[in-house]
Write a protein that binds this ligand. Structure first.
Ligand SMILES: NC(=O)c1ccc[n+]([C@@H]2O[C@H](COP(=O)([O-])OP(=O)(O)OC[C@H]3O[C@@H](n4cnc5c(N)ncnc54)[C@H](OP(=O)(O)O)[C@@H]3O)[C@@H](O)[C@H]2O)c1
Length: 269
């Protein structure tokens, strides 16, 4: 597994997403067994960065992640756990209570990374960061970040955060570069802010692209691994694919070690 080193912290180039763990918008207990099995196999394959959110299955994804981690016996310090506060909870008081609820569900006493999940029109970002900065000051959160922030919003967040922002988590993949266009990627590199690419695989174009297919055949890997390798071959970019399938989980984990050549990167555009 390759890592990115940022703010004296090493974070794996490929982490594990938890959207659809335990349900989608609402908890779905029929999915508990499959969800726990997916988390346990990810931990045993070697995943150590897990991305979750208070909104995933309305908190149930955090509960199942906490359970899987507890049962794995893996020391907390070996893990990098990210969660997110929802756009409806961005007031000072709501951030603090959302955070406490996330920790309770995860059965943890700190988060490695806490993100604002989505910006909200008319949000009072100064109020939100007053709470987030306090959580860092109190040692409850190691790093702060944002998600789905465009360049203007990101600049505002950078100005309000008392610690350097760690990441902007955005949709980014070979077929979907809308979020990083207009200078976002360059700005993140200048400021040493990681881009965490979400939904790196789940696109029809990943499956139908002839270029991806050709590179996969030449390298003897899958198209999905090429899609992930394209992301992790870029400096300052990590990704968090999700899979219920242990074979896919293993392939995604191994994709972290595929460094595409300059020629292959150019072919993929
Ligand atoms: N911040 C945000 O607003 C935001 C938004 C969306 C997602 N996210 C985060 O990003 C994570 C990943 O995004 P995502 O779940 O939307 O999409 P994704 O990881 O790109 O795609 C997941 C889908 O791809 C399939 N898949 C995964 N690996 C595969 C492989 N090696 N070969 C073939 N198929 C494979 C999975 O099916 P199988 O289960 O059958 O393998 C699943 O259907 C989420 O879980 C979440 O943590 C964040």
């Amino acid at each position: 597994m390759r890592f990115e080193k940022i703010q004296n912290t090493c974070i794996p180039k490929v982490g594990f997403g938890t959207w659809r763990i335990g349900g989608e918008g609402l908890p779905d207990s029929k999915k508990d067994n499959d969800s726990l099995a997916a988390l346990k196999s990810a931990l045993s394959i070697g995943y150590r960065h897990f991305d979750t959110a208070e909104s995933y299955a309305a908190g149930h994804a955090e509960e199942l992640l906490g359970l899987a981690v507890q049962e794995s016996g893996i020391p907390r310090g070996d893990l990098f756990i990210t969660s997110k506060v929802s756009p409806d909870h961005l007031s000072y008081e709501s951030v603090l209570s959302s955070f406490e609820n996330s920790l309770k569900r995860l059965k943890m006493d700190y988060l490695d990374l806490y993100l604002i999940h989505w910006p909200r029109r008319g949000m009072n970002l100064a109020d939100t960061f007053r709470a987030l900065n306090q959580l860092v000051c109190d040692g409850r959160v190691r790093h702060l970040g944002v998600s789905n922030f465009k360049l203007k919003e990101l600049r505002e967040a950078v100005a309000l955060s008392q610690s350097p922002l760690f990441t902007n988590q955005v949709s980014y993949s070979i077929p979907d570069r809308r979020m990083v266009e207009n200078g976002l990627l360059d700005y993140c590199r200048q400021q040493s802010i990681l881009i965490t690419a979400y939904t790196p695989i789940n696109h029809r174009n990943t499956r139908s692209s002839k270029t991806i297919q050709r590179i996969a055949e030449t390298r003897g890997c899958t198209r999905e691994q090429v899609a992930l390798a394209w992301l992790v071959s870029q400096p300052g970019v990590i990704t968090i694919p999700m899979s219920f399938n242990p074979q896919h989980q293993r392939e995604n984990f191994q994709a972290a070690d595929i460094q595409l050549t300059a020629e292959e990167m150019e072919l993929l555009g």
